[in-house]
Design a protein around this ligand. Structure first.
Ligand SMILES: [Zn+2]
Length: 208
């Protein structure tokens, strides 16, 4: 995991800042829900030192509405809260300011993984929030990989009946469209087995 520092312009206040960029994201293995195995491979949330905008990508321009959220007392207070560590504050702030619902769901998963890897309280609640957002999103459609992540989250939360319902709902799609050596097919079959066994542990792509 190699990181470099790069000058960029804050997507919120427009001032020049230094951002750390990860240039190699080689991962030997990841969880069925996308979780990296090592803490160093978790997406890094950074903060603009001028306006305190927090994001995975500080250089990405945000809307005027999102800017006013960043300037609000509610947002700034999140960064002053006494969470277990600063990354949690920044993640919570990034979630608060994000308008993109898909990105918000992903950030909830990132904060969940961060808490799990560092043995912090609250991971289950964050996974629940991620699941709620996925359900909101799926009204407009989802790709198969997103559905597999959703099923994995339901399984880890112990919501086996709902996980089984999803497994059944996509069975025909999987069986009709994917050969048995396809990775999505194999992930599906593995997940199906885990749900059948009521296994709530985190599992990895390498096991598939
Ligand atoms: Zn800024």
């Amino acid at each position: 995991m190699k990181q470099i520092e790069r000058k960029t312009v804050c997507g919120c206040c427009g001032k020049e800042i230094i951002q750390t960029v990860t240039i190699s994201r080689y991962q030997s293995d990841i969880g069925l829900d996308g979780r990296p195995t090592k803490a160093s491979a978790l997406p890094l949330i950074q903060e603009c030192k001028y306006c305190h905008y927090c994001s995975i990508d500080l250089g990405k321009k945000i809307s005027d509405k999102a800017k006013s959220v960043v300037m609000s007392a509610e947002y700034q207070n999140i960064l002053k809260k006494d969470y277990a560590d600063m990354q949690i504050c920044k993640l919570k702030a990034a979630i608060y300011a994000t308008e993109d619902i898909r990105a918000k769901g992903y950030l909830y998963l990132v904060i969940c993984w961060y808490m799990e890897i560092h043995n912090l309280q609250g991971a289950i609640e964050m996974r629940r929030c991620a699941v709620n957002i996925m359900e909101e999103l799926f009204v407009h459609g989802a790709d198969l990989e997103e559905i597999l992540v959703y099923i994995d989250c339901l399984r880890i939360l112990g919501r086996m009946a709902e996980a089984q319902e999803q497994i059944t709902a996509i069975e025909e799609l999987i069986e009709d469209n994917f050969p048995s050596d396809n990775i999505l097919y194999k992930r599906y079959k593995f997940e199906q087995q885990l749900v059948l066994e009521k296994d709530r542990n985190a599992h990895y792509i390498s096991e598939v």
